[in-house]
Write a protein that binds this ligand. Structure first.
Ligand code: DC
Length: 228
């Protein structure tokens, strides 16, 4: 039998990572941030090929295929720890530059295969709440726990701004809101593994909900699942 996988997809700022972390904590399973793995491949490409990853996607994927140890994913005390070439990349992968470049990596099939193989391999030994864009539709379509979170784009932009310490109504905020809209379009319209509502997924609009409300609703839903 497959380990428990809770697949959470949705656009940026819909609450995926917050909810996935809370569910993982309550259910005593691990949290897997699949976006951070795409970001690691992006950072590697920017460091070793060019400040822009565009045009180097296949070469970047080949590096990780030839040397899987380039990126290690470990769990210590229920915390996902990433080591990229032996170093902690967690701060650098959140930079605006990486955020702008990640779409090149995320729309390349070879890079997606590298990331998916890491997730599927770890899922053999761990139970996870995983957030991303294609977790329920492509990576773990067989899991009975598929969730799709959404929220109005302004609310999502505000949540991101709050996280990043950006003042609302500033020029930086307007730029952030624009970038979120562009990322939405890119994630939804790309030909490979676009962001879609997976078949059988539970869809929740978190626009007017608190984190606690969403977590409670989902814990009840998981609890009532006939596969338990
Ligand atoms: O969740 P995030 O913002 O850290 O993700 C970074 C990018 O990676 C995002 O623009 C879309 C992409 N991504 C993806 O295509 N598929 C996933 N499963 C996770 C992230």
């Amino acid at each position: 039998m497959q380990n428990m996988i809770i697949a959470i997809d949705g656009p940026a700022g819909s609450g995926k990572s917050t909810i996935a972390k809370q569910l993982a904590k309550k259910l005593k399973i691990e949290y897997f941030d699949s976006g951070s793995v795409y970001r690691c491949l992006t950072l590697y490409g920017m460091n070793h090929f060019n400040q822009s990853c565009e045009g180097y996607e296949s070469e970047i994927a080949q590096c990780f295929l030839k040397n899987p140890g380039l990126l290690e994913i470990r769990y210590v005390d229920h915390r996902q720890t990433l080591l990229l070439e032996g170093e902690d990349p967690s701060k650098r992968i959140r930079s605006r530059d990486v955020t702008r470049q990640v779409r090149f990596i995320a729309s390349n099939p070879e890079c997606r295969d590298v990331v998916n193989a890491k997730m599927r391999s770890l899922a053999k030994t761990h139970c996870f709440a995983i957030d991303g864009r294609d977790i329920g539709s492509v990576v773990f379509p067989e899991t009975p726990y598929k969730i799709y979170l959404d929220a109005d784009v302004e609310v999502r932009a505000k949540r991101r701004a709050l996280e990043m310490g950006i003042e609302l109504n500033s020029a930086e905020y307007k730029q952030l809101a624009n970038e979120i809209q562009q990322r939405d379009q890119g994630d939804r319209n790309r030909t490979i593994a676009p962001l879609i509502l997976a078949e059988g997924a539970k869809k929740i609009d978190t626009t007017k909900m608190t984190v606690d409300d969403v977590v409670k609703l989902l814990l009840d839903w998981i609890d009532s699942n006939p596969n338990n």
